[in-house]
Design a protein around this ligand. Structure first.
Ligand code: 13P
Ligand code: ZN
Length: 270
């Protein structure tokens, strides 16, 4: 079957990376059924030939007007689609969309009329906000990591930076590779505009990964592999905490002085 990825090696590489990450999400048990979603701002990989393509679906309303997305293009997981299927065939389980000039609608351009994820309001609002900040981040990931979600079923870990501090103290790599920690968004209806707004407020409070209470995480980074890695190191730290508790003790954790030493040595932001 013909694809818009034909003879577009850079775009194929980007979408191939999404497929690779989708496979990891499934292998980790974080992507039950259609759980989780990915969007990537692919505008930099769009050339004049692609820009000239006709729409195959839409225009559909985004639910918000997002002025900084004028002329932007995204790859989006399809709503109801499985990560394990996307890993095998990203263009049959996701679609390429472009934002219409009114910045309030999107059109599906390729390859099949697959409706984008129900979390599109959160994803696109975050991409819009990233552009206003001049951020180099182009990828956003929502996933359901088992141990991290379990943490949010106890009030104690919903206090600002309580989970961050504990997770950073489990193993030095957690702070090194998720250096802004884990922001917390209280439970809100999935796919709502309120959830999108709360996600941006929390990212703006200097986090790359935010926890949607009793639901999942939302992470942003330069590309989808880096966004996945931030969640992966956080979830690994949670597993270490659980393993220690399972051995019958509360883990000591690294000291504040040890964590400050790490920040100095690696030039970390916190
Ligand atoms: P979609 O299948 O619409 O992407 O929804 C999955 C999900 O995790 C909603 O929060
Ligand atoms: Zn979800």
């Amino acid at each position: 079957m013909k694809s818009i990825l034909d003879n577009k090696p850079e775009l194929r590489l980007q979408i191939g990376q999404v497929a690779e990450v989708a496979g990891y999400l499934w292998q980790k048990g974080w992507a039950e059924r259609n759980g989780g979603n990915i969007t990537v701002n692919i505008t930099e990989q769009i050339d004049d030939a692609l820009r000239g393509l006709p729409a195959i679906g839409g225009p559909h309303p985004i639910g918000k007007t997002l002025p900084h997305l004028k002329g932007c293009w995204f790859y989006c997981k399809g709503t109801g689609r499985r990560m394990r299927d996307l890993a095998r065939d990203p263009m049959a389980n996701g679609s390429v969309i472009r934002i219409t000039p009114d910045c309030a609608h999107y059109e599906i351009v390729a390859d099949l009329p697959v409706a984008p994820t129900s979390e599109l309001p959160s994803h696109l609002a975050v991409h819009d906000w990233l552009l206003t900040k001049g951020s180099p981040y182009r990828a956003s990931l929502h996933t359901h990591p088992i141990e991290l979600v379990a943490l949010t079923h106890n009030r104690k870990w919903l206090e600002k930076d309580a989970a961050t501090r504990m997770l950073w103290s489990m193993i030095p790599e957690t702070k090194a590779f998720c250096p802004r920690g884990l922001g917390i968004v209280p439970y809100m209806m999935p796919s709502s505009v309120e959830l999108a707004e709360a996600t941006i407020r929390t990212l703006a409070d200097n986090y790359d990964v935010v926890m949607w209470e009793k639901h999942g995480v939302f992470a942003v980074d330069t590309d989808i592999m880096d966004a996945f890695d931030q969640v992966d190191v956080l979830n690994k730290a949670t597993q270490i905490y659980i393993a220690a508790r399972g051995m019958g003790f509360e883990p000591d954790g690294m000291t504040d002085a040890q964590m400050q030493e790490l920040s100095r040595a690696f030039g970390l932001p916190k």
